[in-house]
Design a protein around this ligand. Sequence first.
Ligand code: PLP
Length: 406
Amino acid sequence: MIKLNENYLKLKSSYLFSDISRKVAAFQKENPETDIIRLGIGDVTRALPQACIDAFHRAVDELSAESSFRGYGPEKGYEFLRKCIAENDFQTRNADISADEIFVSDGAKCDTGNFQELFAADINIAVPDPVYPVYVDTNVMSGRTSTFENGRYGGIHYLDCTENNGFVPSVPDKKVDLIYLCFPNNPTGAIATREQLSEWVEYARKEKALILYDAAYVAFIRDPSIPQSIYEIEGAKDVAVEFRSFSKTAGFTGTRCAYTVVPETCMIYDSEGNKHSLHDLWNRRQSTKFNGVSYPVQRAAEAAYSEEGQEQVRELTDYYLENAALILDKMTQLGYCCTGGTNSPYIWINSKSDSWKFFDLLLNKAGVVCTPGVGFGKCGEGYIRISSFNMKEKVQQALERISTAL
Ligand code: PLP
């Protein structure tokens, strides 16, 4: 008899975005004439930068001739891209990361989800609340939690992110082994200062813990005093893995390209306390289970670092940041307390009511889809997330409708 991994039965039965889709579909059925504006799921709407498109085409042409054809690529990613990443994203910011420490992948979702495979079943995990659901769900699947009760899984140390701490959690007063952090944050749009990140690095060093640092939205940081990488913090190279993505940076949500940095100095310990290289273990895992990203996609990603690529990426992220500023202004004017929206594409809004009630109000009265905060965790109750990923005209129209509805 084929037996189930019963940890899957612990997962909350319905996923946030399927609940939203169901409600939106029901509303559309009853109101077929309403042009629903989606500011919910964080998917980009603008086309790929021209520099990436051109490189993509050139690479496809290379594959059409036997002299330049390429088959299986290196699982870790082509060196041309890893070098470009190390130089542009880290070395220019005095973060001492080399091309060898970069693993190119098809998504920060897969990498943040898969990375926990390297850890023992009985480690203590700290996860912010609210949070990008992948970190929690993948640990549930692996059996590191007990059941879901009162909005939380047993066995996880939740780090409450509230208005009191500006949605940036402080280090816990107990010992944890693995810490998930994400800045600029999804869903709250909060950013962490150098001092706040230093506190986490110091904690991890003291406890021999590991930080999994998700910087998928780093391209939206405009404030020069905010660290873009955790490796800008002294000592982080020994205790942190960083995840990045071209999804929101350069519109690659459909094209798929991301990367993970696993420094060679990062260690993990066996049950006898012996050190092992985390880099080598992740390399082992990826070369067994991952086939790499296609050659044309890696060339397209490389082109995002060219001079014109950088300008186009900047224009793209500026566009969404302008949308974010419009949303932040309007919701603040309407009397709502907001976080994010600067240095972040997300605006986290205190809805002064139940998250789903406010979601229903915006959908039914304005035909606008947002994301109910409670879907990201218990501390998200009473909040909604509005995403700036849409065309400017749609955002403006949505805000006019929201003004009228409220
Ligand atoms: N990390 C965070 C915090 C995200 O919000 C998302 C996507 O919404 C991802 C990772 C996924 O990135 P990718 O498209 O590279 O899988």
